[in-house]
Design a protein around this ligand. Structure first.
Ligand code: PCA
Length: 327
């Protein structure tokens, strides 16, 4: 089956389900995911699919397509919104250019640990899910990446060393961050990161140890600076119309699978965070804390980005930060 026929057959299955409005027959769902098959997010996607099969008694049969193989990362949300794929996974803050509130987990230094990130999600959840519902999406679970830090091909002590560096960004906030450091941002999906580094399209980026490990970036890069600026989340979403066509029983079974998988995925992320750094080091990279001077610069930029986010996302953003601060 080529990609087009695959998409068409998924669309046909989706339409059939929407028309039937019932859960009386086994339904095959393709689930596009953006990251490497061996990445924990993708492995947890498979765990989720297995649980859904089990808890729905085989009624919903999800096939995971990792690595942007069915739809590229940047296409997944639209595919699910339009029902071309009934379910999919995407990096939430990638949508912040369209809906600024969805950048809630990408505000530097607001929630720099797993624990505080969980608290921030608790404060943000209802508003974020409401925003996604407006985009015709129902969130089933979210899962944090390890903390974000900087990769370079040289030692970097302050922004004097970052001027003119070609920087791979993964959303508008990281592009802004790069510009504030005098770098030149270019947006590249994780699936294309190794190629971007190998061809010189990018020579630095911000991410977790996880993506550096997946993409073997030690082949081009030498330094990783831990910053833990934020823990951005992926989320698994379902087309709202398709979700509403499921019986309450099927919805509950899927939500149970999602709740269990979301918790397991967050625990896995925390468990692997340091292991990834060890792998970067074992492959010759220097993994260090950012210098106090560089960190102070990043914190200054972060404070400005927080204000920009509140301006862009409005009262809801302020309400999320207030609720977070109150807990
Ligand atoms: N890895 C993803 C998003 C955040 C992360 O840690 C990436 O770099 O695309």
């Amino acid at each position: 089956m080529n990609a087009l026929t695959k998409k068409l057959s998924t669309a046909a299955a989706t339409v059939a389900l929407a028309i039937a409005g019932t859960s009386a027959f086994a339904e095959k769902w393709d689930m596009p995911m953006a990251y490497a098959a061996t990445n924990f997010h993708s492995e947890m996607g498979v765990v989720f699919a297995d649980k859904v099969r089990e808890y729905t008694g085989g009624e919903i049969d999800i096939t995971v397509h990792p690595g942007g193989s069915l739809f590229k990362g940047g296409e997944i949300k639209r595919a699910v919104q339009t029902g071309q794929a009934p379910i999919g996974e995407r990096f939430m803050s990638a949508h912040a250019n369209e809906a600024p509130l969805l950048g809630w987990d990408n505000v530097p230094f607001v929630a720099a640990s797993y624990e505080t990130n969980e608290k921030l999600w608790a404060a943000a959840k209802d508003k974020v899910n409401g925003q996604l519902a407006d985009l015709n999406l129902v969130t089933l679970y979210t899962c944090p990446w390890p903390g974000q830090g900087f990769y370079f091909n040289k030692e970097v002590k302050t922004s004097d060393d970052t001027q003119g560096v070609k920087f791979r960004s993964y959303n508008t906030a990281t592009a802004t961050f790069a510009e504030e450091l005098g770098m030149i941002p270019v947006q590249v999906e994780a699936a294309e990161l190794s190629q971007a580094l190998a061809t010189g399209v990018a020579e630095a980026f911000i991410s977790s140890g996880s993506t550096g490990y997946d993409r073997k970036v030690w082949e081009q890069l030498s330094h990783y600076y831990k910053v833990n600026a934020w823990h951005p989340r992926n989320y698994v979403m379902v087309n709202k119309g398709i979700w509403e066509g499921l019986s309450a029983e099927t919805q509950a079974a899927m939500q149970k699978a999602a709740d269990e998988t979301g918790a397991a995925c967050a625990a896995k992320s925390a468990e692997l965070a340091n292991w990834y750094f060890e792998q970067l080091e074992a492959n010759g990279m220097q993994v260090e804390d950012a210098s106090p001077e560089f960190l102070a610069e990043l914190e200054r930029i972060g404070a400005k980005m927080k204000e920009d986010w509140i301006t862009a996302a409005g009262d809801d953003a302020q309400a999320i930060l207030d609720a977070y601060a109150a807990n």
